[in-house]
Design a protein around this ligand. Structure first.
Ligand code: DMJ
Length: 420
């Protein structure tokens, strides 16, 4: 996808935890010798943060190898120009040119608006960068920029408590009222609850924002289909779109993780909600010929948990459904999550494995789907890692000690005795 070395860096921690020593050493050598930040070309702030910085940080924390830490810190500094907007919120699709230190934006990405999931998915990595830099300038400067983003979001008025996906980086107000827990919104919510967990439950501002957002989502977006399937709809200026994107399926895992630490009166309700959403996402897989789920599925015109548009029938090796299976398994130990995970393993083997790796498919409803000739870097970073963790003992990257960033890169929870 134009991001040089993304697959190598995204896969570092997966190789390490799977004990693929030879491949890990090869990848490490590539980072040392060939990952040249000055020729890396153009990449968006979001992509650099979750893939490169997240991947390098996780590799550093797992192995203690200094090279990963220094590359992550170097990249952190290079991201600073993206925050130079009137509100301090980066523009959507912000591009970074490592050579000139300039930042600008692709017009098509969001017509000059900032995207919630992009500017809201920086906190976990920058907290660690700032701690590791041990130097208040300049990386910790960017942490204060990231905290400023949260302040702007906290202050701005939210329609019915919901966060729309597009914000003006100039005025700091919403550009249009499209709310989605899937694409464009997703990881913003995820980073609120994970910021709180990563701070060893000290970041109470993040927890409150998460609780309030989830309450609004429950009240306005959570629906039940005629056939009894629970789903999270999208919201366009007050009108519900009864569609759930594959991306939104991460929310089963997120809500379960939050439920684990929720107040008594919410714990059971949220755990049930998480299990129901995960089951709906499983249905979207079970109702296809390939047993893999479509990019989006709908609950209208007599359709339930199935894509109704040709353009939504593809599967690009996405992780969100197995991500939720992993969290639900670890938090409930209900064996159905391992059964469902195994169905995915078999379907990937049958329909996506090709000579050189794994490929996305164009139509999950075709018994003999054609390939899209692309292995996304998140397949190694997320899909395979979550499947592996689903079948491991719980103490491999325990949820007590690690939070996974939105690209499944594990970052340590800041227990006071962590270093010990
Ligand atoms: C990943 O790159 C990240 O999880 C992102 O936040 C949204 N989902 C994709 C993979 O589907």
């Amino acid at each position: 996808g134009g991001l040089r070395g993304a697959t190598v860096i995204d896969a570092l921690d997966t190789l390490y935890i799977m004990e693929l020593e030879e491949e890990f050493q090869e990848a490490k050598k590539w980072v040392e010798k060939s990952f040249d930040l000055n020729v890396n070309g153009e990449a968006s702030l979001f992509e650099v943060n979750i893939r490169y910085i997240g991947g390098l940080l996780a590799a550093y924390y797992l192995t203690g190898e200094e090279v990963f830490k220094s590359k992550a810190l170097e990249l952190g500094e290079k991201l600073l120009p993206a925050f130079n907007t009137p509100t301090g919120i980066p523009r959507g699709g912000s591009l970074l040119s490592p050579c000139s230190g300039m930042s600008w934006s692709w017009g098509w990405a969001s017509a000059g608006s900032s995207i919630l999931a992009e500017f809201g998915t920086l906190h976990l990595e920058f907290l660690h960068l700032s701690e590791l830099s041990g130097n208040p300038v300049p990386v910790s400067l960017s942490l204060s920029q990231v905290m400023n983003i949260r302040r702007v979001l906290n202050r701005v008025e939210k329609p019915q408590g919901l966060y729309p996906n597009f914000l003006s980086p100039v005025t700091g107000s919403w550009v249009q009222h499209h709310v989605s827990i899937g694409g464009l919104g997703d990881s913003f919510y995820e980073y609120l609850i994970k910021s709180w967990l990563m701070s060893d439950k000290k970041d109470s501002e993040a927890k409150k924002m998460y609780d309030d957002a989830l309450e609004a989502i429950e009240k306005h977006l959570v629906k039940k289909s005629a056939g009894g399937l629970t789903y999270i709809a999208e919201w366009r200026g007050g009108i519900l779109d009864h569609k759930m994107g594959h991306l939104a399926c991460f929310s089963g895992g997120m809500i379960a993780l939050g439920a684990e630490h929720a107040r008594e009166d919410r714990r059971q309700r949220h755990m049930e909600l998480a299990a129901e959403i995960t089951s709906t996402c499983h249905e979207s897989y079970a109702r296809s010929d390939t047993r893999l789920g479509p990019e989006a599925f709908r609950f209208d015109a007599g359709s339930e948990a199935m894509a109704t548009r040709l353009s939504e029938r593809y599967y690009i090796l996405r992780p969100e459904v197995v991500e939720s299976y992993m969290y639900l398994w670890r938090l409930t130990h209900d064996p159905k999550y391992r059964h469902w995970g195994w169905e995915v393993v078999q379907a990937l083997e049958k329909h996506c494995r090709v000579e050189a790796g794994f490929s996305g498919i164009r139509d999950v409803y075709s018994p003999t789907p054609t390939h899209d000739n692309m292995q996304q870097s998140f397949f190694l970073a997320e899909t395979l890692k979550y499947l592996y963790l689903l079948f491991c003992e719980d103490d491999v990257l325990s949820l007590e000690d690690w939070v996974f960033n939105t690209e499944a890169h594990p970052l340590p929870i800041n227990h006071t005795d962590f270093k010990a």
